[in-house]
Design a binder for this molecule. Structure first.
Ligand code: PEP
Length: 250
């Protein structure tokens, strides 16, 4: 069985001090939780403080992005070994806000997934269609293309280290959650592609998270679907109580 992943993406919120205060409040709330991988993705300046406070607990840390090079003349960028050194074990890749505002592409996402794996981190590859694409009946075409392109050149042997997050763009930060049926339909489709790419056994081990206005009120319904293996949570991960309630979905 796949261990669910519940990851909180703080986006560009919380100073280092605010991040530390969150972690101190959050850790006791989830200390007894077993069988769920809990992940916090703070902004870069908070990575070390969150990682050191969470060290030895059941809470892991992710970066929200990385560059695909190990080091170099890339002003303003941060590499996978750097976030690993700061204590991250996961890296969110290709989030729709990166694609929308920072010109990220399927190709850059693929390069980043490879760099993250090479550094020994777990990539959380994000993908999903816009409202226009859904209304034009292109959901499967877009999500399928993003998945295949993002994982191009990744061998089945690496599959266990890969996490995928289906995040319909129209559901991110809008309060409009995909229905559990809509999400499950796309997740099953994505797992079908993973089977084509890597075979049934490997595909069955990949966690596919849902993201888009996940809240304490809707997480249980989402998680009751066969192919929904966790959540990537934005807004509701900023409050310790709300995020703890999501982590404790069952
Ligand atoms: C996200 O940032 O990945 C996200 C899903 O945000 P929200 O939960 O606020 O929709």
């Amino acid at each position: 069985m796949r261990t669910p992943v519940i990851a909180g993406n703080w986006k560009m919120y919380k100073t280092a001090g605010e991040s530390a205060a969150f972690v101190k409040e959050f850790l006791p709330l989830v200390a007894g939780v077993r069988g769920v991988e809990i992940v916090l993705a703070p902004p870069f300046p908070s990575l070390s403080v969150v990682a050191s406070l969470a060290s030895g607990t059941n809470v892991g840390v992710a970066s929200q992005n990385v560059h695909f090079a190990t080091e170099g003349a890339y002003t303003g960028e941060v590499s996978p070994p750097m976030v690993k050194d700061a204590g991250a074990r996961y890296a969110i890749i290709g989030h729709s806000e990166r694609r929308q505002y920072f010109a990220e592409t399927d190709d850059s996402a693929n390069r980043k997934v490879k760099a993250v794996l090479a550094a020994g981190l777990v990539p959380i590859l994000c993908l999903g269609e816009t409202l226009l694409e859904r209304e034009a009946g292109k959901t499967f075409e877009i999500a399928g293309r993003q998945l295949r392109a993002g994982l191009q050149g990744i061998a089945a042997a690496e599959s266990r280290k890969v996490v995928v997050a289906y995040e319909p763009v129209w559901a991110i930060g809008t309060g409009k959650t995909a229905t559990p049926e809509q999400a499950q339909e796309v997740h099953a489709f994505l797992r079908g592609i993973l089977k084509e790419l890597w075979g049934v056994g490997a595909a069955d081990g990949v966690r596919i998270l849902y993201g888009g206005s996940v809240k304490p009120e809707n997480i249980s319904d989402l998680m009751s679907n066969a192919d929904i293996d966790g959540a990537l949570v934005g807004g509701a991960s900023l409050k310790a109580n709300a995020f703890a309630a999501i982590v404790k979905f069952n």
